[in-house]
Design a protein around this ligand. Structure first.
Ligand code: NAI
Length: 252
């Protein structure tokens, strides 16, 4: 208990599966948490579910610079400091070969997954306290190609570059920056991917993915939250510029 006592954390994509699990764990560990998400409705629902006096929320489109500034202003207004930033918002796009990939969906994936992380780093990190920690959610798709997921794979690779540069640029402030690489997580995003790939038979896709994971099961959102807690806490105080895989052996 108390590994994040009195720390202030922003979590983007905070109303989604990994975001909610992480918000709960950080609050349990004594943090004050701001969840930021594009969906007001999802934020209201998540706030009811999490139900904690040290939680607030902010409606933010991470792909918009002004929204990132608004998120920083909200957090400083409410808590007067920022110690932890979890840049976790992301979208999957669709599953199509490069030659058929719709340009508008490609643009939207770049906007959220790449520009969203860039603007988060640009606007949030300079306002953070020395000794702070930044975690960026990439994916196993940030370390390996998956046919059909060109836009997603491209962005999840690219944000490793942002992480590495930010880790170097903010090292003098003792702010650490790392990526987390989840394997397939059994939550809403995976269910949307299944429906997209196989609208008639999504269950088969789910089983197919599972056979590629040596541990024989999907990752749980709480297992990503545990990695985020480790990286946010003092336990990892000499770890920066690194990639942290949580995938049940999928990439091995
Ligand atoms: P999710 O779909 O439950 O959560 C994503 C959240 O991001 C949603 O609440 C959504 O409203 C929010 N969001 C989307 N666009 C946004 C925008 N422009 N601004 C602010 N918020 C926005 O999925 P999950 O699993 O919680 O995803 C979190 C992160 O984990 C994402 O970056 C995803 O790419 C990554 N990831 C997920 C995996 C999975 O199997 N679910 C596997 C590997 C990585």
């Amino acid at each position: 208990m108390g590994r994040l006592k009195d720390k202030v954390a922003i979590i983007t994509g905070g109303a989604g599966g990994i975001g909610i699990a992480t918000a709960k764990l950080f609050l349990d560990q004594g943090a004050m948490v701001v969840i930021a998400d594009i969906s007001k409705e999802a934020l209201e629902k998540a706030s009811l579910e999490i139900n904690h006096e040290n939680l607030s929320y902010c409606v933010v489109d991470v792909s918009k610079p002004k929204d990132n500034e608004k998120m920083v202003a909200h957090t400083l207004d409410v808590h007067n400091r920022i110690d932890i930033f979890f840049a976790n918002a992301g979208i999957e796009g669709t599953s199509k070969p490069i030659a058929e990939y719709p340009d508008d969906i490609f643009d939207s994936v770049i906007d959220v997954n790449l520009k969203g992380v860039w603007y988060g780093c640009k606007y949030v990190i300079p306002k953070m306290k020395a000794g702070g920690s930044v975690m960026i959610t990439s994916s196993v798709a940030g370390l390996k190609g998956f046919a059909g997921l060109g836009a997603y794979v491209s962005t999840k690779h690219a944000i490793i570059g942002i992480m590495r540069v930010a880790a170097l640029e903010f090292a003098s402030n003792k702010i650490r920056v790392n990526t987390i690489h989840p394997g397939p997580v059994n939550n809403d995003m995976m269910r949307r991917i299944e429906k997209d790939i196989s609208p008639e038979n999504p269950g088969e896709v789910l089983k197919g993915f599972e056979t590629t994971i040596p541990f024989g099961r999907y990752v749980d959102s709480n297992e990503i939250a545990q990695m985020a807690l480790f990286l946010a806490s003092e336990d990892s105080k000499m770890i920066t510029g690194c990639m942290h895989i949580v995938d049940g052996g999928m990439l091995t």
